[in-house]
Design a protein around this ligand. Structure first.
Ligand code: OOB
Length: 542
């Protein structure tokens, strides 16, 4: 069997933690030196008969105990290796919120194969880019979701990216391989080094196309277990994956990985609307879930008309974008649940409000760092630290924060300080207690209901429309989404309609959430002193 030491090309372009720091994280006990796949092994040892996966009758996988899940993950690992995949290979995973995600993820982890976790909403532009960038050899999809056929997308990606050899399909495989035909029994699995890459997350994308964030076994294991500790997860807990489970928040903050670490049950929904999510909460006795602010608002309002009993829910985590104070204050009275604000990023740093925090802190701040080893600086435009209470950019470094994006040396030289702090682009104020209040972003992204839309990327696509001379994307304030996507165009020919632009961008393979909500025409775009489009002025002119 190929050992990790012979298949190291996955480490090309990976920025490891500096050796000295790694040693200190290990000595201080932040890093356990354990592969992520062992989380499930330990759970199966401790709670073999506890139900891990919950779902309505007939849901594939529902009713699986920790022992069942452990076996399923091993069989998946063996099957993937038998297929010809090797430790260190990258595999793009794009699955909706289905229970099968768990054995697929753990099968990959235990084989030392690196999952590249993409979201169901990603389309050709993103998937092709991420497949090429990671050098992925396989792509795991569901046959379809709603009216979108992922097999058609897979055909396009296969044609464009030569490294891609296998497409594994959950459901009707069409011309590809049936995912259910993969698992097989086997003997010993390869040894996995905890300092190696466990999985890759996709960045929200702030400039151009999304970036890959390689998370190590050590750092992500800590991410999940420390988060589970802060949320006081226990075997009696039932976690509902409401947000797409490939996202860091429902995956590991504490998400399903934190739930596995503590022997709880997991429930998945593909539709986060109150109707579906509330029914799942009632039926399965869900105790914890995570949502973005627009969903929190919707759920808060929906108790007026939804009749489901939410009595089991003890903790609602809200994060991904800023939760307005007025909305934060409504959560507990409406849902009779404890609120926790979570300010996190796929790049690493997580901030949580704590159970011992006052209501005031929980409603007005976005939490404080998870780890005593998280280093946070708040700096002005010149990079000087500002006083508590003053606004500045958040820079961070710590035991689970990346040291560089994968295969992006040039971007890394800008996104990190010479001493390894990640420049988050988030504007924050720090209270003397260490709690952070997020006030905005330096980076040019639109945060549409917790989904980050890169202005650069969208503008590039808009400029490709025939007759478009200049294009600018700006976020407009929106009561529900936080921000809406507004495209401002300078055209030489007839001004296209919003519908025409949307069709065009969809055909170019852009994710649905990145499509403009509003289209404006202008004769001239405001520019700054150095000639960049002046977004501030543009936003102000709305
Ligand atoms: C989470 O991760 P990403 O990578 O999708 O997005 C990170 C960015 C942050 O840099 C910040 O700009 C924004 O999303 N953000 C928030 C926030 N949480 C994230 N802005 C204001 N208030 C918050 N509470 O979004 C993410 C990852 C793990 C846990 C939670 C969220």
């Amino acid at each position: 069997m190929t050992s990790l030491s012979t298949a190291r090309d996955h480490r090309d372009g990976f920025v490891p933690f500096p050796a000295e720091l790694a040693k200190s994280y290990r000595q201080a006990g932040y890093w356990a030196g354990r592969p992520l796949g062992e989380l499930l092994r330990d759970a199966a040892r401790q709670w073999p008969d506890r139900i891990a996966l919950l779902g309505d009758p007939g849901t594939p996988g529902a009713g699986a105990t920790y022992a069942d899940l452990d076996t399923a993950a091993d069989r998946m690992a063996h099957g993937l290796l038998k297929l010809g995949l090797a430790p260190g290979d990258r595999v793009v995973v794009q699955l909706p919120n289905v229970l099968e995600f768990v054995p697929v993820l753990f099968g990959l982890l235990r084989a030392g194969i690196i999952p590249v976790l993409t979201l169901p909403a990603h389309r050709r532009a993103e998937i092709e880019h991420l497949t090429r960038l990671s050098g992925a050899v396989a792509y795991v999809i569901a046959d379809r979701a709603g009216d979108f056929d992922y097999r058609a997308l897979a055909h396009q990606v296969c044609a464009a990216v030569p490294t891609l050899r296998h497409v594994l399909v959950l459901g009707d495989p069409g011309a590809f391989t049936d995912l259910h035909s993969v698992p097989t029994p086997g003997g010993a699995l390869p040894e996995v080094d905890a300092t190696d890459i466990a999985l890759m997350l996709v960045s929200g994308g702030t400039t151009g196309l999304p970036k890959l964030i390689a998370r190590t076994h050590d750092d992500y294991y800590y991410n999940a277990t420390a988060s589970a500790a802060v949320c006081e997860l226990r075997p009696e807990d039932v976690y509902l994956a409401t947000l797409p489970v490939a996202h860091n928040f429902p995956l590991s903050c504490p998400g399903i990985l934190g739930t596995i670490a503590t022997g709880g049950g997991m429930v998945f929904v593909t539709d986060p609307s109150p109707e579906h999510a509330f029914a799942a909460i009632e039926r399965h006795g869900v105790t914890v879930t995570a949502v973005v602010p627009p969903l929190a608002q919707l759920w808060t309002a929906a108790v007026e008309w939804e009749e489901a009993d939410l009595g089991s829910l003890r903790l609602l985590q809200v994060g991904g974008a800023r939760l307005a104070e007025v909305n934060a204050r409504e959560v507990r009275p409406a849902l009779n649940v404890r609120l926790q604000q979570v300010f996190g990023m796929a790049e690493g740093l997580l901030n949580y409000t704590r159970f011992e925090d006052s209501d005031e802190i929980v409603c007005t701040t976005q939490g404080r760092p998870l780890s005593p080893a998280d280093e946070v600086r708040v700096v002005d435009a010149e990079g000087n630290d500002v006083a508590d209470g003053e606004e500045g950019e958040l820079l961070t470094r710590g035991p689970y924060t990346l040291r560089g994006y994968y295969r992006a040396p040039e971007h890394n030289s800008r996104a990190f300080t010479p001493d390894g702090f990640y420049r988050s682009g988030d504007l924050v104020r720090r209270l003397p207690s260490g709690h952070l209040m997020v006030s905005g972003r330096i980076k040019d992204v639109i945060n549409r209901g917790g989904e980050n839309v890169s202005c650069d990327e969208l503008e590039e696509h808009l400029l490709a429309y025939p007759g478009v001379r200049h294009a600018a994307a700006v976020g407009l304030p929106d009561d529900v989404l936080g921000e809406r996507v507004c495209a401002v165009l300078v055209v030489e020919a007839d001004m296209p309609t919003l519908a025409e632009i949307k069709t065009f961008l969809t055909e170019r393979g852009l994710a649905t959430y990145k499509l403009p909500d509003v289209l404006r025409q202008t004769d001239i775009l405001p520019i700054t002193a150095v000639g960049k489009i002046d977004k501030k002025a543009l936003r102000a002119a709305r």
